[in-house]
Design a protein around this ligand. Structure first.
Ligand SMILES: NC(=O)c1ccc[n+]([C@@H]2O[C@H](COP(=O)([O-])OP(=O)(O)OC[C@H]3O[C@@H](n4cnc5c(N)ncnc54)[C@H](O)[C@@H]3O)[C@@H](O)[C@H]2O)c1
Length: 319
C-alpha cells in the first residue's frame, strides 16, 4: 500500500517536472509567434508609411572606392546632407576629383586618403591617420570592388585572390579599424556593397559571385553578433544592386530592357543612402528582385533555373 502511494507520488512529481521542463520552451514559442506577427504587421504598415530617414549631418562617413562610379555618387549624396566625408581610393586622381566635385557642389571639405583596401597594413595605418586627423568614423561604406568577367578556367590564381582580397577581405580590415570605436560609443552603421551576383550565381562571374555571396553572409552574421548586446545601436545594411552603368560591368546584356535595364549610379547612390538612413538590413536595387529571388528559391531547383534562364541577363566575357 505504502509502495503504491510512493509510486503515485513519484509519477506525479515526474509529470510536474516534465511540465516544468517544457514550460519555458512553450513560453518562448508563444513569444516568438507574437513577435513574428508583430513584425509582419509592422512591415505591412511600413509599406504605406515608410520610416523617416535618420538625419546624418553629424556623421563622419567613410567611403571606400570613392574615386569613381557608385562610390563617388555615394560621397556626393552624403555631402549634400552636410556630412563630414572621408574618401578612400587606390586611385589618388579619381579620389581627388570626387573631393573637387563635392567642393564644387557646395558641400563640406572632404578628406581624401590614398589606400589600397586589400592591404591590411595599409588600411590600419591610414585608418589611424583618419582617427587622428578627422575623428571616429560613424558610417563605414565598404564599396570598393573589382569585377573580372570571364569563364572560371580563364581566371588566373592571382585574379581570384585579388577579387577575394578587395571584395571580401578588405571589409574585415576596415571593420578591424573602425568597429571598435563604434562599439565603444555604441553608435555606427556599416554599409557593404554586395551585388545581384550575391543573390543569384552569374556565369562568367564565378569568383565575383562567390565574393558577393560572402559579403551577404558575413554581414548577416555580423548583424546577429552585434545584437548579442541588447542595447546595440550599430546597424548594418547590405546592398545588392543589379548591373550599374559605371563601366565596371564591361559587357552586360539584358533581355527585358524596358523592365530592367542598367541602373544609373546616381540613382543607386540615392537608394543606398535612403536604405542606410531608414535602417534597411538588406536590399536589392531594384527592391523587388530580392522578393522574386525568395519566391523563386521556393521552387524546385530545376524550375528556378528555368526562371533565371527566362530572364536571361548577365555579362559576356571581357576577354
Ligand atoms: N557596376 C555594377 O554593375 C555593380 C553592380 C552591383 C554591385 N556593384 C558593386 O558596387 C561597388 C562599386 O562598383 P562601381 O561600379 O562603382 O565600380 P567602379 O570601378 O566604377 O569604382 C570602383 C572604385 O573602387 C576603387 N578600387 C578598386 N580597387 C581598390 C582597392 N584595392 N583599394 C581602394 N579602392 C579600390 C577603384 O579605383 C574605383 O574608384 C563594387 O563593390 C561593385 O562590386 C557594382
Amino acid at each position: 500500500m505504502e509502495i503504491k502511494t510512493e509510486n503515485r507520488q513519484q509519477t506525479k512529481r515526474s509529470l510536474q517536472q516534465q511540465i516544468l521542463d517544457v514550460a519555458p520552451v512553450v513560453l518562448d514559442f508563444v513569444i516568438l509567434i507574437v513577435q513574428v506577427f508583430y513584425y509582419i504587421i509592422e512591415a505591412t504598415f511600413r509599406l504605406f508609411k515608410p520610416v523617416d530617414p535618420e538625419p546624418v549631418k553629424e556623421e563622419l562617413v567613410l567611403v571606400t572606392g570613392a574615386g569613381h562610379g557608385i562610390g563617388r555618387e555615394i560621397a556626393l549624396q552624403y555631402a549634400s546632407e552636410g556630412c563630414t566625408l572621408v574618401l578612400w581610393d587606390v586611385n589618388q586622381k579619381g579620389n581627388e576629383e570626387t573631393a573637387k566635385l563635392i567642393e564644387k557642389s557646395g558641400g563640406p571639405k572632404a578628406h581624401t586618403y590614398t589606400c589600397d583596401v586589400s592591404d591590411r597594413q595599409n588600411v590600419l595605418s591610414v585608418a589611424e591617420k583618419v582617427k587622428q586627423e578627422v575623428g571616429d568614423v560613424t558610417i563605414l561604406i565598404n564599396n570598393a570592388g573589382i569585377m573580372p568577367t570571364h569563364p572560371l578556367e580563364k581566371h588566373t590564381e592571382a585574379e581570384i585572390r585579388k577579387i577575394t582580397d578587395i571584395n571580401v577581405l578588405a571589409h574585415f580590415w576596415t571593420l578591424e579599424a573602425f568597429l571598435p570605436a563604434m562599439k565603444k560609443n555604441n553608435h555606427g552603421h556599416i554599409v557593404s556593397l554586395s551585388s545581384i551576383a550575391g543573390v543569384v550565381g552569374i556565369p562568367n562571374l564565378v569568383p565575383y559571385t562567390a565574393s558577393k555571396f560572402a559579403v551577404r553572409g558575413y554581414m548577416e552574421a555580423l548583424m546577429d553578433e552585434l545584437n548579442w548586446n541588447p542595447y546595440n545601436q550599430i546597424k548594418t545594411t547590405t546592398i545588392c544592386p543589379f548591373m550599374v552603368n559605371t563601366g565596371l560591368c564591361k559587357k552586360p546584356y539584358v533581355k527585358f530592357e524596358k523592365m530592367l535595364n542598367l541602373l544609373d549610379p546616381k540613382t543607386v547612390a540615392e537608394k543606398i543612402m535612403y536604405a542606410q538612413r531608414t535602417g534597411v538590413m538588406e536590399c536589392t536595387i531594384p527592391s523587388y528582385l530580392l522578393k522574386v529571388n525568395h519566391l523563386t528559391r521556393l521552387l524546385p531547383a530545376k524550375a528556378a533555373l528555368k526562371v533565371k534562364a527566362f530572364f536571361d541577363s548577365g555579362v559576356h566575357s571581357d576577354l
